[in-house]
Design a protein. Sequence first.
Lengths: 290, 533
Amino acid sequence: MNCTLTNHLVNKTTFLVGNKKNAGKTTFLNYALKQVREVVSPAFFTIGIDGESSDLIFNTPKPKVFTEADDFVVTSDLMINKSDALFEILHVFPYKTVLGRLVFAKTLRSGNIELVGSEDNKQLAEIVDYLRNEGKIKTIIIDGAASRTTQVASVKNSYFYYIIKVDQKSVNSDIDKLKVVALISKFTCFKNTDKIKSKSVFEINGALTTSKLALIPEDCEILLVNDFTKIFLDFSQVVELSKRIEINYKTPCQLISFVVILKDIAKGEFEKILKQNKLEESILYNPYEY
Amino acid sequence: MNIKETIQFVEFNTFYSEYVPLTPYGLLNKNKYTIFSDKEILNAVYNSLENTVSFIKENEFKSAKIENHFKRIALLNSLERRNFDSSDIFLVKKLLVNFKGIDKLLNDTIKKDLQINFSSNELLDFLSPDGENKETFYLSSSYSSKLSIVRKQISEKNKGLAEIKKERLHQIFDELELDFRFRDFIVVPENVVNSFNTELVFKEVYDKTSLVIKPILPKKFFELHKEKESLLEEEHLLEQNALKIISEKIVAEKALIKDYILKIGILDTLFAKARLAIRYDMTKPVLNENGENMEVLNGQYLPLANKCAERGTVYTPLNAKFDTKTIVVTGSNMGGKTMLLKTIGFMQVLTQMGFWIPAKKFKTAVFKNISYIGEDLSEKVEGLSSFGFEIYNLTKAIKDLDSNTLLLIDEFAKTTNSIEAKAIIAAMLKSFSQKEKVSSFVSTHFMELPEFDKVSFYKMKGLDYSAYQKYYNKEKQYSLYERIGLINTFMQYEIIKTSSKDRTYDAIKIADTLGLNDEIIRYTKEYLSGNYD
């Protein structure tokens, strides 16, 4: 049993975010669920129907999620009806997807279940609120949509794993992405809210993009961004900006760890690349590795 | 009735956003913006509201419990079907559980008034085969003895499958030191894999250097799995049968369930309206036949009153008794003419939506049409000037004056030449005053309009200039906001009866207060007194 992983997930709301489609989020979810069930009954669900039809490991249909008795799931009513597991319906959300209305259910008998969720960040936050307040559930794991991190910021007090598939063919861009996330996830939360209107603090509304860099006043000392998911700059731009200005967030989102899935690249070789790029991040290597 | 413009003019939505039904059915009612134009229906609504207000005042905890039940009710999927699935049934059960709870908490007065009577105990018990009236639902084995047997068999197969798998994983761990307890597969370097017993694990390529290893389960696992699969199929058929029986029971009570939904929607909106009635100390409107003698006592235009309260400024409620149905309102700029029209419009919309009124008294009629004619509305027609737009709206509003109609006309034709504008306003007054079913409020700056029978003139009291002059310090450099504040402080937002001959010259005083230079003020006064060279 991976105690560190379990400790990180229990009593928290955790998103599994991937750097690309088929990064291995659902495979990681299955692994994480098996660990967490040793301690508590988790609730889990997914975001939208992201079109990930196959799994990176086998290039076969998307991995199924297995639910055990006493788990809590959110999926559509159609998927509940289709499953070989047995469920007690606890709530029906007023949100419709192409695959039916979203349902919150408790597993009475184990089986496979296909997950369908909402793509709308507001609905997502409402679902988590319902699970936490009405369902009294403390451990929630959310299989996030690929390449979209904004969902993480929509839920207060949430954490995330960044699952990054590093392929020999795309190693440079994968490392760049890792570097950006590693850097921006370190910026702290703005504490002195009284000073938001002070001249030294400049707040960016919405996304921080290349075109908005020109708006930042020369004399400003702190740049306030809502959360890390609003930064849409490449690594060099973030480095350049953070040299002249302190970047703070209004809403905290905490990165627990990177989960690196290597393909056609040896672990030793990858570690060398990390060293070259001075990356000393907390990394969990593919838990399915020997 | 299309009162979109009036709703915009009176900024009704700032109040409407405080009206918060708690069920999806109450919200659907809210979003319809229903305007009642039947006096009897409205009186029935006011009476129901009175019962609800009394109930809440006397039963605060019970009311909170009822509102908690409201919050738990979800929108049902369509009842117009013959087959329901588990989530449909869950929704019906949840509705029944909560409606039953509401029924228990309500007093007889409300139940009798709204004809509320929960009589679906049998169905609810059927949906709770394990004896508890919980909100949750699952297709229990109690619905069919066969289903119970099949499910037991499936559980046994599952146990058997788990044991076989556990045994095989132990064997693999003992022989190959591969731990599959938390993993469905393991990625292993190719050089390591070569030594593995291929009867225990299955290999396939992962990348250039590694293979994916999965456990091979024994034949008996697949045999058992096959048996489970056929049991699952049987279970599915039995579940469909059970769902069919439950669906038939629900269909048989469809009419009752629809009635509960209707009652929930009504009751929820009544509670939401009653909460507002209590918060704002509202009273029941008094409805007369045709709009004669409209009367407002201590009437609050809430969108403004709330703003004033937020800003810490004084709000003057409206007190007025109108003796005819055609009312002309004159007065200073910034003197409150438009606010008077907004107050009347706001209260009339409240009245006809079945709310009570934030006033000690509001006596009015029920109108079939309520129209606002003035500027700043969104539905602009391309190519029309402001004046053209007003004429367009007026034409629309007076199409049918044979039914009870309320016209709120704010500073009509102020953008066209004053001679013709005044003539059109005079013509409107003459026309409206002759129509038995038309009530109109016309605010205007034009003075000395002709007198007509059944037309009354009122004016806003205006600036208390002598008090203002005592306070005003000529030497001080006031900012614009300070000047506006001064005007608000010394403006008397009261309405007084006047005549068509009354002349009000507050515009010069206002201009002076806002800082217009002395020379222009002096020339203006000279011009008015006839000494202008």
